[in-house]
Ligand binder design. Sequence first.
Ligand code: ZN
Length: 468
Amino acid sequence: MDLTFLGAAQTVTGSKHLVTTGDDTRLLLDCGLFQGHRNESIARNSTLGVDPASLDGVILSHAHIDHSGALPILVKRGYRGPIYATPATRDLCAAMLMDAAFLQAADARYVNHRIEREGVAMDKVEPLFDEHDVLRTLEQIMSIPYRHRHRVGRDATVTFLDAGHVLGSAITVLDIDEAGDTRRLVYTGDLGRKRIPILRDPELASGAHTLLIESTYGDRTHPPYEDMEEALAKVVTRVHARGGKIVIPSFALERAQELVFSLKQLRKKGRLPKIPVYVDSPLTVQITDVFKLHPECFDDETRALLQGHDSPFDFEGLRYVSSTEDSMALDDAPGPAIVISASGMCEGGRVLHHLRRTIEDERNCVLIVGFQAEHTLGRRIAERRPKVKIFGVERDLRAEVQVLEGFSAHADRTELVEYVEETRRRGPLRDVFLVHGEPAAQRVFKGELESRGFPSVRVPARGDEVRL
Ligand code: ZN
């Protein structure tokens, strides 16, 4: 078996790994979009690194764009085979990939407009894919529920286990026949945390020979999730008392639903003042509807709520906002409110309008609950820069800024190490590959595993090919 690392190798975006079996079955694990500076993104995403026609199948771990967002490019360039995913991932992709196509078109329009109007020295930009490519992609997705073994090639089967990262997220268990023996490769995709709301804990695979594990937080530990709920209650109570608004930039998938869930729990416990809560992002509204269709992915606590006819995603005082007019009206309304809006790193979307209207008033608060990459507005706000640019205009950042790091959807260092240890306990684990991480985090994680006696821990670079 050969493994080729085509993306998310010594970096966190653009997940793409190729498995070629002894019998020449070619399977792609994820096909994600690289996200970074515009020029580098265009260059990286234009090169797939694999001939689409040569593939027998694509296995998709979850719906996040850095894992799924290059699927429409693959299809546009001639891939006609199956894309395997869980039912929830398939439904989320319908919303997420359509949104990505819309952003591609908007981005190309913006760049081309600047070239024409300002004479910027750049080649004109074509969107990498459009909504027709997304529709074809959706037609090729084959749903496979968790824990059902499915044949994906002459000599290979796949079984999905719950990764506990976002709705529908899967750990891929790939069994490959080798001269009467079976070799088992386990790919974690993005690995979730234990005891976070809505989702079940990540499942463990037995009998793995090879493990591809993510390493985003290989060098850091998160505070417990329960502490985050308490911290959230404190911020809301304080800002409410001074009559301010709280703007929460949030990723549309999972984070927004978890926030709603946590706010509902706090309200039930009497830990929250009466304050209106708005979820203002059309994509988030769509995605929350997908959540309601997939109770099979929920943990026991969330399912119990549903059985008691108590929706985890609704409570008195919570409103989902779809129309632009309603969105604009939120900032005109006086008095305290919580506004949850995308995008998560403040690089676009409706959250920009809310920030523009709120950040110059010290009564208000910007609450950061997700990872903020370098060079984003979210990062500059998180760093509490005195001035930030919104829609090209410098504004004074006078609002309070709070950063709650514990809301992460990724396993931390302790949980990652525990996952590898547990996998070793359950089988003949020989090779560990660290993917989806920055070099600094991977160095620490690798060192920790080696000190625990794992003989073969590798950190592949993009383009590396390994024969097992
Ligand atoms: Zn993810």
